[in-house]
Ligand binder design. Structure first.
Ligand SMILES: Cc1cc2nc3c(=O)[nH]c(=O)nc-3n(C[C@H](O)[C@H](O)[C@H](O)COP(=O)(O)O)c2cc1C
Length: 301
């Protein structure tokens, strides 16, 4: 009633505004049977619940033309978990982030529809603060850190050489979860990089060898010709390629790891593990002592 009075809405509108869509039901179908008698009612319901509202996915697939060709995405949203399924401190599988990550990663791998659970956005930055971001594949993790492989002379490689800090962000949309990992980055040893390089399929070895990653090339044939020549030569010799010195692995040593789980009502759950600051005095109401020297705390969404 309060809602109805404040916004001068009809009873139907007020009732609709109080319904929380359940997780399992796509919002587009929820109110399909509702009859809307006025244009104002219909607009209101569309705005609150219906995905083919302005700016929704359906509208974007077949966007109405505006004068400046702007595409409105304001209605594009999907439900996450409902409030009966929060991510609580008591749901932590471990009081340190590596085992907790292992659990979430395993659950993700067992979730149909997630094609590459190890695909992760990697952000780096120049020393003067110009950020850049790209996807890489996580190739292993342990208490020592999170490892990935790349070209050391690429944009990310150069940025990491000058400013060896990075941030990784996983987003597993079928689980409404993401994990953010921040810390210092170090190169893997030559032996570790070589061991991984030699496991790769020959095609991947060829591509890594001929690609001066992140540099400008005249066209695709320029790369394809070099790759073909190297591939053929290598097949004739029947031997794997040697790892180029400019290609290898990095290890991101975590200093903070944040676990995020989405809630439809936007009161998302965020639990962050972090290393204590030197000499930090713990505020026990906010921050808890975990295992292996980690602290953990809840962040506002
Ligand atoms: C799903 C996915 C996984 C990728 N994995 C890697 C990877 O493991 N290593 C890599 O160097 N590039 C990978 N790439 C390509 C990078 O995103 C990027 O194009 C390339 O590394 C050059 O980035 P840079 O110019 O910012 O250094 C991947 C791309 C995608 C979409």
């Amino acid at each position: 009633m309060k809602v109805a009075t404040r916004l001068s809405l009809s009873a139907t509108e007020a009732a609709a505004s109080l319904i929380t869509p359940p997780d399992s039901v796509p919002v587009s179908y929820m109110l399909a049977p509702l009859r809307c008698s006025s244009v104002r009612q219909r607009r209101f319901l569309n705005k609150v619940f219906v995905r083919n509202s302005p700016g929704s996915m359906e509208a974007v697939r077949d966007p109405p033309m505006s004068a400046d060709n702007a595409v409105d995405l304001s209605g594009m949203r999907v439900p996450y978990h409902n409030s009966k399924n929060p991510f609580l401190e008591s749901d932590l599988k471990a009081l340190e982030p590596i085992e907790q990550f292992r659990q979430w990663f395993a659950e993700t791998c067992n979730t149909p529809g997630i094609k590459e659970p190890n695909a992760v956005a990697l952000a780096t930055s120049t020393p003067d603060g110009k950020p850049s971001c790209r996807m890489v594949l996580l190739k292993g993790f342990s208490k020592q850190g999170f490892r990935f492989f790349t070209n050391y002379e690429s944009r990310k490689g150069s940025e990491l050489a000058a400013n060896p800090r990075a941030c990784m962000m996983f987003y597993w949309d079928h689980k409404d979860r993401s994990v953010r990992i921040e810390g210092a980055v170090e190169k893997l040893t030559e032996e570790e990089s070589t061991e991984y390089f030699q496991q790769r399929p020959l095609g991947s070895q060829v591509a890594a060898t001929i690609s001066r990653q992140s540099t400008v090339v005249p066209d695709r044939n320029f790369l394809a010709d070099q790759a073909e020549a190297l591939y053929a030569g290598s097949e004739n010799r029947g031997q794997p390629l040697p790892r180029p010195s400019f290609w290898g692995g990095f290890n991101l040593v975590p200093e903070t790891v944040e676990f995020w789980q989405g809630q439809t009502n936007r009161l998302h759950d965020r639990i962050r593990f972090r290393r204590p600051a030197p000499g930090e005095k713990l505020d026990e109401k906010l921050t808890h002592v975990g295992e292996d020297g980690w602290f953990y705390e809840r962040l506002s969404p």
